[in-house]
Design a protein around this ligand. Structure first.
Ligand code: NOJ
Length: 787
């Protein structure tokens, strides 16, 4: 059930009394309504229900006073980014005349105040709310989504969400377009960086965790913002991973693999849903009544607001389902798209559509009600400046160092790093001798923050070099050389630099840069090569046909390898990369994704062993791009490939190995762990029952450390073919050197059933296999029978 944001502090007996205090002051014209605002329900009614009824009464009363134009105004979300083309006076006039419902891209309280002042001059004084893309941090930037997911640490992820909300709300913001829970199985997509990887269960857990962390119990309270989960739906399954492309998917896969994370976020109480730009099975999401009404509202009970993606309504024309803007507006509103982002058509076309009878007033009212509910829940009718605050309390410097949460960012970031290889215990490094730090990303403060870094400032980010320099100050000598440009392809550089300076091109020749790097490497005891992608290469509109490290940097790596010095590759990237050469040639390799404001410190912590890495991959790393989509929870096929017995007519490639380079759930530590004694509490169970799967995990190495114990389940014989295994639980545990602990997981219908093509959840009797281990190859297994 969709949870509503209503005061839940009220014990039942005090409900009636306290409710009066919670009743929001209606706009001036409806002050009389206050007199009759006492709850119509008695004190025995659950306070949430009473408050819910009060909210509906309030919203209905307000809507009765609104003209059609004012209602339509509530459905318009305007982007105000103070760019040169924004005509502020015209916008203020639109707001004053009740033609704007909400604003995004304004991130300072003074900016919002001017806009809210205009709303307070409108006839009904309906307040604006303010939204922004707070994706992985606000002023303090945390690791990108894939990094957060790699932590497998719900406390750390919640902490990133709480701090994002505190910082964003301190800037007056009310809503973020996050979390993004689009499952993706294709690393070519640039937006993998924003999401949490390929797994449905992990992504669902993270989505729910973040929604709760961002929203808290009551979004009218300071330190909270509403979450609009996105992109509904299935954006991560676009064909060929080419951004904005089409999705065509079986209902079975949709229900089982792609939809649950959105549902989990909604069940956690997400106030909003952002509608995807893509079409699903031929129907653009923005114009899909099945998706936005039947599934979202009727089946899932969603009560919040749906927001179109940027310009998506007008794009219905190019999708080929709308003849013109008017047609697009008609389709979108009838489908259930409430708020029009960067509106071009709702403002112009909805009114004539209602007048002609093509759109009913009831359809407009439904959308307006959703918007007004959000404003009510935010407490904006009580006080339109509730989150913006008073001018005298505005921060003197919005970018002040004191507004950052560096310690939290460092703690979360170090938990997000994944050790991919560590031959001969190359890592951790000692803080002594000479270390050559080489690579175009080593000194970059912009890249370490990653894309969608919101209000974060690059100059406040800690580069890898800076982190290493601070960690070794007075103890080791650091040498530095850029070694290569991130990429040498001039056309790609132009593309990446179009809207934001992404790639800094060094005018020296590639040979000269490599020569300088080699010289530094020769003088060093160990080489740290900080290579990968610029942040803009793993972003919206950043799909790639290949997923290798760009050629300029690969040439650098080859040259560094040739020096014979120990080579540690520190990767920065926002998608799985194909790293066969790097795996074969590096002595050690650390995946750092884009680790955020404190990235450099966190990376140094891990490289020097001040933190023992514990991250695990949330996405499969293929060997070569031709293998994609490659994911761990695939079906077996009728002719599975068996590496022990590699027959010709099996499901395989003849020119490359079948399996991944690094499987889902994989990641090393500076210590070692052993899993033993996997057992189930019972060998037989009836449907509806519960059993416990447990195993003993031992830290068999010489360092304390954390690992992620993973539970996978397989239904080997079912009415339809089921995956070879699916993640159904995980637990991140800390063990001292030599320590062992039993870890257990409950298994019941939820872990055993699956959705069929009609969206029904089935739990079928028969044998089930249970695997417990430290990555998706977990071999330790047990079985039971379900009756
Ligand atoms: C387009 C993106 O697809 C979406 O994720 C984002 O929230 C909006 N732009 C607003 O910036």
């Amino acid at each position: 059930m969709n949870r509503l944001f209503l005061p839940r502090l009220l014990p039942a007996l005090l409900a009636a009394a306290l409710l009066a205090a919670c009743v929001q002051t209606p706009p001036a014209q409806s002050l009389s309504a206050q007199a009759s605002s006492s709850p119509s329900t008695g004190p025995d009614t659950a306070p949430t229900l009473a408050a819910q009824q009060e909210r509906e009464r309030y919203v209905s009363e307000l809507m009765q006073r609104m003209t059609l134009q004012e209602k339509i105004g509530q459905l318009r979300l305007r982007s105000v980014d103070a760019g040169p083309n924004v005509d502020k006076e015209a916008l203020l006039q639109e707001i004053r005349s009740g033609q704007v419902g909400a604003i995004f891209n304004t991130v300072t309280r003074p900016g919002m105040r001017v806009l809210q002042d205009a709303a307070m001059q409108s006839r009904l004084k309906v307040p604006l709310f303010f939204a922004y893309d707070v994706i992985h941090g606000h002023r303090t930037v945390f690791p990108i989504g894939l990094g957060l997911a790699s932590s497998f640490d719900m406390d750390a992820i919640a902490r990133s969400g709480r701090i994002s909300a505190i910082e964003a709300n301190a800037d007056g913001l009310n809503m973020t377009f996050a979390p993004m829970v689009d499952i993706s199985r294709d690393p070519r997509w640039g937006r993998n960086s924003e999401g949490y990887g390929e797994d449905t269960y992990l992504t669902s857990r993270i989505g729910a965790t973040l929604v709760k962390a961002l929203q808290g119990d009551d979004p009218s309270q300071p330190g909270t913002i509403m979450a609009a989960v996105k992109h509904f739906a299935m954006y991560g399954a676009i064909e060929g991973a080419r951004d904005y492309n089409t999705v065509d998917m079986s209902p079975q896969r949709m229900y089982q693999d792609y939809l649950p994370p959105y549902k989990a976020a909604i069940d956690a109480g997400a106030a909003g849903v952002m509608v995807a730009l893509n079409a699903v099975n031929g129907v653009p999401a923005t114009a899909d009544p099945w998706l936005l009404q039947e599934l979202l509202r009727k089946q899932w009970g969603f009560k919040g607001i749906t927001v179109s993606d940027h310009g998506a309504i007008l794009e219905l024309i190019r999708h080929g389902v709308a003849a013109d803007g008017r047609d697009a507006a008609r389709l979108a509103i009838k489908a259930g798209t409430d708020l029009s982002m960067n509106d071009k058509v709702y403002g112009k076309d909805l009114e004539p559509l209602v007048e002609s009878g093509e759109v009913s007033m009831a359809e407009i009212d439904e959308a307006v009600r959703h918007v007004l509910r959000v404003k009510y829940d935010l407490g904006l009718f009580r006080d339109a400046y509730r989150h913006i605050g008073r001018a005298e309390d505005d921060p003197a410097d919005t970018e002040a160092e004191s507004r950052l949460h560096r310690a939290d960012a460092r703690e979360v970031a170090r938990r997000s790093l994944v050790l991919l290889k560590n031959e001969g215990d190359t890592l951790p490094l000692k803080k002594q001798g000479t270390i050559a730090v080489i690579g175009p990303l080593a000194k970059s403060q912009r890249d370490v923050m990653g894309n969608w870094s919101a209000a974060g400032k690059a100059r406040q980010a800690v580069s890898v070099y800076q982190g290493l320099a601070e960690a070794t100050a007075g103890r080791a000598t650091l040498l530095y050389a850029k070694g290569a440009n991130v990429i040498d392809d001039a056309e790609v550089v132009t593309y990446l630099n179009e809207f934001e300076k992404d790639v800094e091109v060094d005018s020296r020749t590639a040979e000269a840069m490599i020569a300088e790097a080699v010289q530094a490497a020769r003088k060093a005891d160990v080489v740290l090569a900080v290579v990968g992608e610029s942040q803009g290469m793993a972003h919206e509109a950043s799909s790639r046909t290949d997923i290798v490290i760009p050629e300029s940097q690969r040439r650098l790596l080859h040259a560094l390898k040739a020096t014979g010095k120990p080579l540690v590759i520190v990767l920065m990237n926002g998608r799985p990369l194909a790293l066969e050469w790097e795996h074969a040639n590096a002595d050690a390799m650390l995946e750092t994704w884009f680790a955020g404001t404190e990235g450099g410190h966190a990376i140094a912590d891990v490289l020097f062993g001040d933190y023992n890495p514990s991250g695990k991959l949330p996405m499969t790393f293929p060997r070569v791009v031709g293998q994609v989509p490659l994911y761990y929870n695939h079906l077996n096929t009728g002719r599975p490939f068996d590496p022990e017995n590699p027959n010709k007519y099996t499901s395989r490639y003849f020119d490359h190995e079948n399996g991944p380079l690094y499987p889902f759930g994989y990641g090393l530590s500076y210590t070692t762990f052993d899993v033993s004694d996997v057992k189930l509490s019972r060998a037989e169970m009836a449907r509806g029952g519960q059993l416990t799967a447990s195993a003993t995990i031992r830290n068999t190495g010489r360092r304390d450390g954390e690992t992620v114990v993973q539970l996978y389940v397989q239904d080997p014989v079912a009415s339809i073919s089921r995956p070879v295994r699916e993640l159904k639980g995980f637990s991140k545990i800390f063990l001292k050197a030599g320590e062992s602990r039993e870890v257990s997981f409950e298994i019941g219908d939820e872990q055993l059933g699956f959705y069929n093509a009609q969206g029904r959840f089935n739990v079928e009797p028969g044998k089930f296999n249970v695997f417990l281990g430290l990555d998706s190859r977990a071999a330790q297994s047990a079985s039971f029978t379900l009756h």
